[in-house]
Design a protein around this ligand. Structure first.
Ligand code: GLU
Length: 276
């Protein structure tokens, strides 16, 4: 046992497609190379878009591709109280605030700035809003985080593999703004749940697509504020179709289960993706 741990963390908002297969391939290939165990994490916090039958399909499709993971798979929807407790910890330390603004108001306030930064409301106004039943999200306050961390703020950094080399990059959470850590319709948002789980699951290597290349900037800040360990990040290229467009569920790339039903040999998928 090397003690190294990586994970594959799909969101069950649709069927897995070829882009997911490529991502899974990168995760398991790294794991084999460095001798890490692979965990499977179902990121089903978005209760409006995730569906149990997509979760079942993920398990089946990954098994069809020949991937094995350490059981049991973690389902984030079973851990909402843990994320809520983390939000409370941050709020008690003045690091998170309730944001009652609508999306349009946030955009308007942000104006030409790179990212949104807000502030908490006076207690009386907040109380009135709560009494009126106004919906709110919890946001992480960059200003409070900077004050709390003091000189550490300027030293925030993370390890990332670029062109095969592990390098240290300075984290720039200021470019991400006051991110939402719990949403109006869900007890947690992506960054909080994923960073929490990477820490509690002892993940040492995060492998995911380049679409999340900026995520370590904010996840590093959460790790520093909460005393969580830091994995090393790897971002793989995204798979494009023949027209050079990125494959995604929204662009209706062929679901893996369709290929399975059509009798495609799973070992031919890697060839198709140019991965071997
Ligand atoms: N759940 C995310 C996705 O399906 C991946 C998040 C991660 O790997 O950190 O895109």
């Amino acid at each position: 046992m090397t003690g190294l741990v990586t994970r594959f963390a799909p969101s069950p908002t649709g069927y897995l497609h070829l882009g997911h297969a490529a991502s899974a391939w990168h995760v398991w290939t790294l794991a084999t190379r460095i001798g890490a165990q692979v965990l499977l994490r179902i990121e089903d916090i978005d209760t409006t878009r995730c569906r149990p039958h997509f979760t079942e399909a993920i398990l089946e499709d990954l098994a069809w591709l020949g991937f094995e993971w350490t059981e049991p798979a973690r389902r984030q929807s079973n851990h909402f109280p843990d994320y809520a407790a983390t939000v409370s910890r941050l709020a008690e330390r003045g690091l998170a605030y309730r944001c009652f603004r609508t999306r349009a108001e946030v955009l308007e306030e942000q104006g030409d700035a790179l990212a949104f930064t807000g502030w908490s409301l006076p207690e009386r106004v907040e109380q009135e809003n709560l009494e009126k039943g106004m919906p709110f999200a919890w946001r992480l306050s960059l200003m409070a985080a900077q004050q709390t961390l003091g000189s550490v703020w300027n030293e925030l950094s993370f390890k990332v593999v670029e062109a095969g080399q592990e390098v240290t990059r300075r984290a720039r959470p200021d470019l991400c703004g006051d991110i939402v850590i719990a949403r109006k319709d869900s007890p947690s948002a992506y960054h909080l749940a994923a960073t929490h789980d990477d820490a509690v699951q002892g993940v040492t290597h995060v492998v995911r697509g380049r679409d999340l290349i900026d995520a370590p900037h904010i996840q590093t800040l959460l790790q520093a504020l909460l005393g969580w360990s830091q994995p090393c990040y790897h971002h793989h290229d995204l798979v494009a179709d023949t027209a050079g467009q990125r494959l995604s569920k929204t662009r209706r790339s062929v679901p893996l289960r369709q290929l399975r039903q059509d009798g495609v040999d799973p070992s031919s998928i890697w060839d198709r993706l140019g991965l071997i």
